[in-house]
Design a protein around this ligand. Structure first.
Ligand code: T1G
Length: 682
């Protein structure tokens, strides 16, 4: 046995333990261990049944994604699965942690599945732009039926053990902490009962009722058209599940293999597999010593009970960390606390929370009117108005109130953190925690590392991100940090381009077609043109529309006209305002442009800004920029984000396109284009 697998026999039960940290992925070492272990037990007459169990944090969590695209050594998954499924002795999968993807497919190959209540099982391959390629699309429908399989596999969410038991995804629950004993007992009971060995692949009762009904799949795709738009995997998943109902098992497996192969070689899957690791890279800071200890954060203070302050507060309440929420006026404080309570009550109304969980969270919240209330907290997060004077005033006062060692964080989305830190006696304890609205929902957290932010405070910020289930990217100080800065050229270019001929709907349709949920003009009308243009004294296109009472969807239309159901239509009035403004700016109408040209005009400058953020050292790596744009601005994940997409387009083409627009490409971009380099291809 290689060191990944250990075998033992206890009262006639063969126990194969897999131990391949961190998540027992189905690497070549794991496959060899499985192959050797099951062959050994098959040949051992003293073994009457087999338990497959894992050491460490989880049962097998899937194929080893880092192996994809490389030569796969050792026995392949199918060979290993055939040994297990072709055996004559009952096999019990003993599950803890998360049995996902190939891990759960392996559990489906076993004859039975037992799990502890804290375990989860699922087939999340869709998040990698793939489908379960080791029989999951053929076996799971045979257990849960076609409709449930469609949701489970196109959704990809892990299913908690209790629910999995109800669905039939597992056969029994073990007692928490007693998985090994209960799995052995379960296996011994099987031996004592004898009876036929029922393989999942042989079951028909759950797929029979759906045979010969192609409308199930067309209806399903129609119902989910919006969610599946632009992705490839969901469509292939539905085809594979249809095969489970329509074809004999072996042919269904062949169909699954073909559909899997199409996805594995697609750009979409390459982008989504890249993104899987990119999300995890963001927490790695090369020059932060690995053994840097994080400071304790057992209590938090939030200053500002507005939209951001309230959302930020909820993150910590959700993690069971008490929060003192400070606001200057009672009315604003009451409003802020009321919004938090209402948010939780709405979640409870949807059945995603219980009433007592609402109360638990609310008891962790202490409203206060004085900054003094923050004198004992470990971390203070300032979320006041985005004005340097106000922030400096707050930090100056905080510095005198907060206890020694307390971390002072700003939620600023733009301002110079070092300048804020300069008014305190503890700049090493000042850090930026830039949340995105709504802060309790958006997973992105930009951690802004000031010039003097200490390693311990940075390590603490990274740990806080994990504690409140955020995805961190670390930014140095710079205007707009990463996401806001890199994405700002998109709207700027749109406002310029709309003067040159393409209409708002041409531009919005092109950007929608690329994969964004909404184009910049529809977004402007939604947010409110008076909000977007606020603070600008010079004449702007938005301002011209606002002067006509065209504030957007909320009042009088904006770039579009809206009916009483807020359905948009092209606006002759807006067209005239645009033409007048173009004349005022001396911009010539050059007529319409192709969708491809519009996408390049709006998004190549985003790539260029990303290159600048990299060369200035504001972002650590290109993939952090992709994570920031995907999570912060809903950049379509199946393109990999601006920097991955730049490599897909080809950097020389991006450079040429920028120059054609009269935009000077960033030095780093030109260098990489000239040297055949890439941002994200290793
Ligand atoms: N392959 C390789 N490395 C993996 C991995 C995997 N499947 N899953 C996690 N890691 C690494 C991860 O990069 C990180 O590394 C460390 O493990 C801890 O991960 C044939 C084709 C299991 C729920 O999609 O969802 O099976 O950063 O930080 O928060 O049909 O990892 O420490 O160096 O996420 O506790 C299907 C993906 C694969 C599961 C644990 N399986 N993983 O979460 O830790 S495709 C998945 C997860 C497949 C078959 C198909 C999560 C987790 P490092 P982590 P975590």
């Amino acid at each position: 046995m290689n060191q990944v697998g250990t075998t033992e026999v206890v009262d006639g039960i063969g126990i194969l333990t897999i131990d391949y940290p961190p998540v027992n992925a189905l690497s070549v070492h794991t496959r060899i261990a499985l192959d050797e272990g099951f062959r050994q037990f098959a040949a051992d007459d003293s073994v009457k049944a087999i338990v497959l169990i894992c050491a460490g944090r989880t049962f097998i969590a899937g194929a080893d994604i880092s192996e994809f695209g490389k030569a796969m050594g050792g026995p392949n998954l199918q060979e290993v699965f055939d040994i297990i499924e072709g055996g004559t002795k009952p096999v019990v999968a003993a599950i803890h942690g998360t049995a996902l993807g190939g891990g759960y497919e392996l559990a489906l190959i076993c004859h039975y599945r037992i799990a502890v209540p804290s375990a989860k099982v699922g087939l999340p391959e869709v998040a990698l732009g793939l489908l379960p390629g080791a029989g999951g699309t053929q076996r799971l429908p045979r257990i849960v039926g076609i409709p449930a399989a469609l949701d489970l596999i196109t959704g990809g969410a892990p299913v908690p053990a209790k629910k999995a038991l109800e669905l039939g995804m597992i056969d029994a629950l073990a007692e928490e902490g007693k998985l090994r004993e209960d799995a052995i007992a379960f296996a011994q009971k099987l031996v004592a009962e004898g009876g036929p060995l029922l393989r999942v692949r042989d079951r028909q009762d759950k797929v029979e009722p759906y045979r010969g009904k192609p409308e199930i799949y067309t209806e399903y795709l129609k119902k989910n058209a919006r969610a599946f738009r632009g992705f490839k995997a969901p469509f292939n998943i539905v085809k594979a599940i249809e095969a489970a109902a329509e074809l004999p098992f072996e042919q269904g497996i062949e169909r699954e293999r073909d559909l899997f192969g199409e996805l594995m070689t697609s750009t979409e899957s390459a982008a989504q597999r890249y993104y899987f690791f990119a999300e995890r890279e963001g927490a790695k800071v090369p020059d932060l010593p690995k053994d840097t200890a994080a400071l304790p954060v057992q209590s938090v203070g939030v200053i500002g009970a507005g939209t951001m302050g309230g959302g930020i507060t909820m993150n910590f309440l959700n993690a069971g960390i008490p929060v003192t929420l400070v606001e200057r006026e009672q009315a604003a404080l009451d409003r802020g606390v009321g919004v938090i309570r209402r948010n939780y009550e709405n979640t409870a109304a949807k059945g995603r929370m219980t009433a007592e969980q609402v109360e638990q969270r609310m008891t962790l919240l202490t409203p206060a009117l004085e900054l003094d209330a923050l004198k004992d907290v470990d971390l203070v997060i300032e979320a006041v108005f985005e004005d340097m004077g106000i922030k400096k005033d707050v930090f100056g006062k905080l510095d005198k109130i907060a206890k020694p060692g307390a971390i002072l964080a700003s939620n600023t989305s733009f301002l110079d953190l070092d300048e804020i830190a300069s008014v305190t006696s503890r700049p090493e304890n000042v850090v930026g925690l830039h949340f995105f609205s709504p802060a309790n929902v958006m997973r992105l957290l930009e951690i802004v590392r000031g010039a003097k932010t200490s390693d311990a405070v940075l390590a603490t910020a990274l740990k806080v991100a994990r504690t409140i289930s955020k995805v961190p990217v670390v930014s140095r100080v710079g205007p707009g940090f990463i996401a806001n800065r890199v994405m700002s050229p998109r709207s700027r270019q749109a406002m310029e381009l709309v003067l040159e001929g393409p209409t708002p709907q041409d531009i919005d349709q092109a950007i929608y077609g690329y994969g964004f949920a909404m184009g910049p003009f529809a977004m402007g009308d939604l947010v409110g043109l008076d909000v977007i243009g606020r603070g600008s004294n010079e004449r702007t296109l938005n301002g011209d529309l606002v002067k006509l009472g065209r504030l957007g969807q909320k009042q009088g239309g904006g770039f579009y006209d809206y009916d009483d159901k807020r359905v948009a239509s092209p606006s002759p009035v807006a067209a005239q305002v645009i033409a007048d403004y173009a004349t005022f700016k001396g911009v010539e109408n050059k007529g319409p442009q192709s969708a491809e040209a519009i996408v390049a005009r709006l998004l190549y400058p985003v790539i260029n800004e990303g290159a600048k953020v990299l060369e200035k050292g504001v972002a650590i790596r290109a993939s952090d920029i992709d994570v920031a744009c995907i999570l912060g601005y809903n950049w379509p994940v199946y393109t990999g984000g601006p920097m991955f997409w730049a490599d897909t387009v080809g950097l020389p083409k991006v450079v040429e396109g920028l120059r054609a627009m009269g935009i000077e490409p960033a030095k780093l971009l030109v260098e990489k284009a000239a040297s055949g380099g890439s941002f994200t291809r290793g």
